[in-house]
Design a protein around this ligand. Structure first.
Ligand code: SME
Length: 162
């Protein structure tokens, strides 16, 4: 059994180093994608200020809700819709410090104030996105996106269906 403990007072770099190490250990030797994404969502939910953490998978044209932790979320996001759809379409991490100011933001949780979405890409294929929400304004910045992009690379290496 693995654990993910954030040491009190840990800075962002330490937190993500711990997250990456835990993620690596969690997925090692476990071939089941859903199980792995579920445990990774549990880790991501523990990051400072995170009120919702989870995965959307690209299924056909849509992003479809995957394992997550937090309140009920939109099940299906159409192409280019919301922050998730925009990040997926651009294949680029998006940091949104104020969700109300993002045109087309999809408000699943009325308490959400800021968001970061990172695409999960393998070669030419977009597999899905990692989505983190916060009930605090400007909870995420480019450094979060950078660290989460490393996690996305690890997630891209998991056993996604063809
Ligand atoms: N806010 C997202 C939708 C997903 S929820 O935040 C979980 C968006 O605009 O794409």
């Amino acid at each position: 059994m693995h654990t993910f403990h954030l040491p009190a007072g840990a800075d962002r770099a330490e937190i993500y180093t711990e997250l990456l190490a835990t993620a690596q250990a969690l997925v090692e030797g476990e071939p089941d994608l859903v199980a792995n994404l579920a445990n990774l969502a549990a880790c991501l939910k523990q990051l400072p200020g995170v009120s919702w953490a989870g995965f959307y998978r690209q299924v056909g044209d849509d992003l479809v809700l995957g394992p997550f932790q937090g309140k009920l979320a939109c099940t299906r996001i159409g192409p280019g819709k919301g922050v998730c759809g925009a990040a997926a379409a651009r294949r680029e991490a998006l940091v949104v410090p104020a969700v109300d100011a993002f045109p087309g933001h999809i408000a699943c949780d009325a308490d959400s104030r800021s968001e970061v979405v990172v695409p999960i890409v393998r070669g030419e294929r977009l597999l899905g996105v990692i989505d983190l929400d916060s009930d605090r304004p400007a909870n995420f910045d480019d450094r979060d996106a950078e660290h989460l992009t490393r996690l996305a690379a690890l997630v891209a290496g998991l056993a996604w269906p063809a």
